[in-house]
Design a binder for this molecule. Sequence first.
Ligand code: SF4
Length: 94
Amino acid sequence: MSLRLIVRDATGINLYECRACADCDLAQVPEQDVSLSTLVQLIIMDDEEVLSTRTLWSDEALEKSKVACKRGLDLHKVLLTLRDESQKRGIGKE
Ligand code: SF4
């Protein structure tokens, strides 16, 4: 199953609703290696690289993600789902 569908099934969030406006990038923290808007695009492209990004495993980015999207996409839930998926695939942190 693609990463986008995994996110949709786990959270109900349809990332095709992302408008690529990059407003969520205003919440960027120094330890991020990719912006949140890029992270969303990587999910849509089903690029497994997203599962090992520093952004995904940044607790500061996770906190900021709660209010990052002004268009109502709950990026916090998206990140938590990706962390779970990363661990299932043996990629992410224990
Ligand atoms: S703010 Fe929301 S709609 Fe805009 S790029 Fe980020 S995730 Fe997509």
